[in-house]
Design a protein around this ligand. Structure first.
Ligand SMILES: Cc1cc2nc3c(=O)[nH]c(=O)nc-3n(C[C@H](O)[C@H](O)[C@H](O)COP(=O)(O)O)c2cc1C
Length: 300
């Protein structure tokens, strides 16, 4: 009998939907016992978000400053797992506060020590640098990252910005104005995700995760868009400056969060289209580098 722990955090339910679909094939198997555990914060974030809370979460998300999380039940903690599936979302190009807080907790150290881990990202579309941060957090607790599945909104970047804002501030995953596409990971992709569970199950039964990521990639578990990597890296540099500044401004924090809000709008609607045009112009010159990066970020 194999023990699999599925750990996740979700506000809208999207990530729960994703991890439950991925692990559907496990439930048919007599050889696997699956335990689900959702991560809970002592002070939960609101959902739907209000504008202040949304921007107020920025500095601590980006700087990965942990909040207090409830430990999993004694029953969950008492077992040793053959595999952990960690479902997480990205907040401000970093693992969300509940996830980074959990990964820094004593419970995580106990559960993850010498245990194979598959990360499942469910986000808008900018996850590559957040995954690099998760890799470091997993390394710190001696976990072995063996696989990664990244499910995103596949629509044009700016369309996904408009629709996700609507979703986050109303709590409704619906077609905005009846004309925009539904936000987030598509229903079709979520419905198809048991295909990843089948791949994982084969490796679990073989007791080897060596070629797991290659098999997941063959099943389209990860799509890399070079322009998004470039934006992710550039934005990380800028966010570092902003987050550092805002945490130092304790008394004028609300004012600085408003300035950051304006910066973000300018970055998304003015700077990123310019970066996109430059990206296209220099594409042939940096083709070899992009090819190398694609291989690296698809892997674990
Ligand atoms: C505060 C906040 C910041 C976010 N930042 C990003 C981001 O940097 N990149 C990204 O791809 N998605 C980002 N998202 C979208 C989330 O990754 C995720 O898709 C969405 O919150 C739904 O997840 P859920 O399962 O918790 O409902 C952000 C969402 C929130 C609430």
């Amino acid at each position: 009998m194999k023990n699999v722990l599925v750990l996740y955090y979700t506000q809208s339910g999207q990530l729960e939907d994703i991890v439950k679909n991925i692990t559907l094939p496990f439930l048919d198997s007599q050889e696997v016992k699956v335990t689900f555990c959702d991560i809970k914060l002592e002070k939960p974030f609101p959902f739907p978000w209000d504008k202040h809370s949304f921007f107020d979460a920025f500095p601590e998300s980006f700087l990965q400053i942990p909040a207090v999380v409830y430990p999993p039940s004694d029953e969950v903690l008492s077992r040793k797992y053959d595999l952990i599936i960690l479902g997480y979302q990205v907040w401000y190009l970093s693992p969300s506060i509940p996830i980074n807080s959990f990964l820094k907790s004593n419970s995580a150290r106990q559960l993850f020590e010498n245990t194979p881990v598959i990360t499942v990202v469910g986000c808008r579309n900018m996850w590559v640098m957040a995954q690099e941060k998760v890799k470091l957090l997993l390394k710190d607790i001696n976990a072995q990252l063996v696989g990664n599945i990244a499910l995103t909104d596949r629509h044009i970047n700016h369309i996904s910005v408009i629709t996700i804002v609507q979703w986050m501030f109303t709590g409704k995953k619906e077609k905005y104005l009846g004309i925009f596409p539904k936000p987030g990971v598509s229903d079709e992709e979520i419905k198809e995700s048991p295909k990843f569970g089948k791949i994982i199950l084969e490796h679990l039964q073989k007791n080897s995760f060596e070629s797991l990521q290659a098999d997941l990639i063959a099943g389209n578990a990860v799509e890399i868009r070079p322009f998004l990597i470039e934006m992710d890296k550039k934005a990380n540099k800028m966010f570092e400056k902003w987050a550092g500044l805002i945490v130092r401004k304790t008394s004028s924090r609300p004012k600085w969060l408003k300035v950051f809000n304006i910066y973000l709008l300018v970055a998304i609607w003015l700077i990123s289209p310019i970066v996109y045009i430059l990206h296209l112009l220099k594409y042939p010159l940096v083709y070899a580098k992009i090819k190398k990066e694609k291989v690296y970020y698809k892997g674990v």
